[in-house]
Design a protein around this ligand. Structure first.
Ligand code: ADP
Ligand code: MG
Length: 325
């Protein structure tokens, strides 16, 4: 199948304000191929969750949404509509930052892993659903899965709970799995385990994935492609390898400079870089390049909207700077 699973073009989202409305997403394009994992990266407030929520039909009621195209699996005008709600929990599953929000404290994990499958496999017996749940729980790295099926959420650590939530998402056998900051609430050791569970999942299923994270490191571990967002705008996108090898937008370079290298020896003297300045107010977006005010390489012409350039297959960026610089 050549047509992508997800094709979003020119997605705009704004929220009404007291005087001016806040333009939170500005002409965002995102394509996710069948079986492809796409990472969405950017600082807090850049609009990543808004993209994820728009795909899930979960935006606030007062959100003003428009899109040039919003197709899912060959169907047009799906996202940000009532139709997206019908896909949730069947063709699209999600893993959020806080695993507790997805779990009911009153029921055992086994019961919840069975309930999640009922919409998908309405004619199967409980014993079949139980067996599948147990198998998938083991697959995401849950030790002693058969016994754990009878435990309650509070008996699990944060990382174990997130594995349960990933198992829940897997049991739906979705065409698209959306994970919004799946490891942000976890400490580093547990994070590595959850990343491993997601990697295992990628090897096993043909599901496409959208992984939302502020960490390029996490995205590099899990994804084929990356979309870099800044203040509601896509500034760069392309295959992970190409973007890491040659980040073309100054914002992508600044973001990478802020990352802790997970493979380097820990150096307590080394200070973590931060990008100076603040993200523009969505109600007062500049007319030119959105990053110009914080860019160390900006010029006079950056007061005009930058061109969209494509350098090699699928590697695009929006900047006045030349890629061959
Ligand atoms: N319901 C809402 N009403 C008004 N503004 C919102 C609403 N939800 C999100 N925003 C704004 O949208 C911007 C992007 O938020 P978000 O998508 O959560 O960013 P991220 O996930 O990248 O941290 C922020 O400026 C946030 O304040
Ligand atoms: Mg978010």
């Amino acid at each position: 199948m050549s047509e992508a699973l997800v094709a979003i073009e020119k997605l705009n989202v704004s929220y009404p304000g007291a005087t001016v409305s806040a333009h939170v997403l500005d002409s965002v394009d995102i394509t996710i191929g069948h079986g492809e994992a796409v990472g969405l990266v950017g600082e807090s407030g850049s609009g990543k969750s808004t993209v994820a929520f728009a795909l899930l039909g979960l935006l606030a009621d007062d959100a003003d949404v428009s899109a040039g195209r919003a197709a899912f699996d060959g169907r047009e005008n799906v996202f940000a509509t009532k139709e997206a709600e019908a896909l949730r929990g069947t063709e699209i599953a999600m893993v959020f930052q806080d695993p507790m929000s997805a779990l009911n404290p009153l029921f055992t994990i086994g019961t919840q892993l069975i309930d999640i499958q009922r919409r998908r496999f309405p004619n199967e017996r409980r014993s079949q659903l139980w067996a599948r749940a147990e198998r998938v729980l083991a697959e995401v790295g849950m030790p002693d899965a058969p016994r754990r099926m009878r435990a309650y959420p509070h008996e699990f650590s944060g990382g174990m709970r997130q594995r349960v939530v990933i198992a829940m998402a897997l049991l739906v056998e979705p065409k698209l799995l959306i994970a919004d900051e799946p490891t942000t609430a976890l400490d580093a050791t547990v994070e590595a385990q959850v990343v491993e569970a997601l990697r295992r999942l990628r090897r096993r299923t043909r599901s496409s994935m959208l992984v939302v994270s502020h960490s390029m490191g996490l995205i590099a571990e899990l994804c084929d492609s990356v979309v870099v967002m800044y203040a509601g705008t896509v500034v760069e996108s392309g295959p992970v390898k190409a973007v890491l090898r040659k980040p073309l937008h100054p914002y992508t370079r600044a973001l990478l400079a802020c990352e802790i290298d997970p493979y380097a020896d820990f150096d307590p003297e080394q200070e973590l870089a931060t990008i100076p300045g603040i993200v523009p107010d969505p109600a007062r977006r500049p007319s030119g390049c959105i990053f110009a005010a914080r860019c160390t390489e900006s010029h006079a012409r950056c007061s005009e909207p930058p061109p969209h350039r494509q350098v090699e297959a699928g590697h695009r960026f929006s900047c006045w700077q030349d890629a061959s610089r």
